[in-house]
Design a protein around this ligand. Sequence first.
Ligand code: PRP
Ligand code: URA
Length: 242
Amino acid sequence: EALERAPSQHLGPEYKSPDERPQATVSKSVTQANVHILPQTPQLIALLTMIRDKNTNRGDFIFYSNRINRLLVEEALNHLPVLPHTITTPLGRTYNGVKFEGKICGVSIMRAGEAMEQALRECCRSVRIGKILIQRDEETSKPRLFYDKLPNDVSERWVLLLDPMLATGGSALMAVDVLRSKGVPEEHILFLNLIASPEGAANFAQKYPKLRIVTAFVDQGLDEKNYIVPGLGDFGDRFYTL
Ligand code: PRP
Ligand code: URA
């Protein structure tokens, strides 16, 4: 089945003429309103280019994927409600601002999702983090649940669910089932993801229309082994062991 052409966009600062602004492949768009794709900025595309490159070594892969993870966490936090908060500055003037009030936690889908914990900790000091160990069967691509350990009061928290790769969506759906079985409402779950396949994103977003997905990129598709293409390969291997 022919893959639909990926969209392309001129990237770079506006003060450059169009012919000085290179064309790069950017994220596909999706119709589901609960899928939020990061703005396809020159920086984001440069970072993604680094981590997709098969010649990028492990140290660089970790560094550049961390930078994207920071962008994902910052964007996801913008989806949490805020309350009015007026303060006084050292000049004795008031400033009408806001503050976040509510409890959050991270939940990583092991192993690859743990790679996103650092970015979450950098933004939310001493954040609680739960773990769900799900592994995809290499032959069938079907996920298997091995273990979960979540904060006792997870049902009262906003949950930032972490997994960099959304391929068939099987692992993410299974993780959401675990969270729901512990009483977390669908609308309190934010799924943070680096690269999604169009079919995975669409299935997941349709099954859970009130859950929000924040992703950096919706890629072209899946290959015959259910790897995301063009993708970046096996995220967990590249981050932890290669
Ligand atoms: C990868 C990835 C996701 C899952 C995506 O994990 O990190 O969890 O596959 O595929 P899916 O959407 O088709 O379920 P894997 O099971 O390979 O384990 P790892 O994190 O230890 O690499
Ligand atoms: N898991 C990965 O790490 N990469 C893929 O492309 C699909 C699943």
